[in-house]
Design a binder for this molecule. Structure first.
Ligand SMILES: [Zn+2]
Length: 155
């Protein structure tokens, strides 16, 4: 198998742990949600869908930091209980092969391209975005809800 040209970057464990502390401390912008159907609450730390009945924390995350035209803070989920950070970082996560949009950013956090899978494989879409030398990273988001799912960097 040919080595992938990209690395999956799941949410850092420090951010998931901080969200767990914040919700326990009663932070108003952090809330516990119980997943009620499969495929409704994607955990950004283990990169899996929460199973029905599992508890997740919903909180705002600045995927693109403030101070840029494309700055963006939006809602994300992480499991309320500890979970293992996604570690197969040279493989596209199996739970998110569908329903994603791929946005290419340059090193100044400007969006320079965006694609949906549209019948092709996510790996092919990601590699085509990285063919542009200006692409610094690709953010993968929900095509319906727009929420940040994970980041992809060059290998
Ligand atoms: Zn998780």
């Amino acid at each position: 198998m040919k080595a992938s040209t990209f690395r999956i970057l799941p949410l850092p464990t420090e951010i998931a742990d901080a969200a767990r502390l914040a919700v326990n401390a009663g932070a108003l912008d952090h809330t516990i949600v119980r997943a009620n159907s499969p495929g409704s609450c994607p955990c950004r730390h283990c990169l899996r869908w929460a199973q029905p009945g599992e508890r997740v924390i919903l909180f705002p995350y600045a995927a693109i930091p403030s101070g840029h035209p494309y700055s963006e803070t939006g809602p994300i989920f992480v499991h309320a209980n500890e979970c293992h950070r996604y570690s197969a970082t040279n493989e596209y996560p199996a739970d998110f092969r569908n329903g994603r949009v791929f946005r290419a950013y340059d090193s100044n956090y400007n969006i320079i391209d965006a694609k949906i899978v549209n019948g092709s494989e996510p790996e092919v879409v990601i590699e085509s975005l990285f063919q542009n030398p200006d692409t610094a990273f690709v953010d993968v988001r929900s095509v319906t809800h727009g929420c940040f799912t994970f980041r992809v960097q060059r290998a």
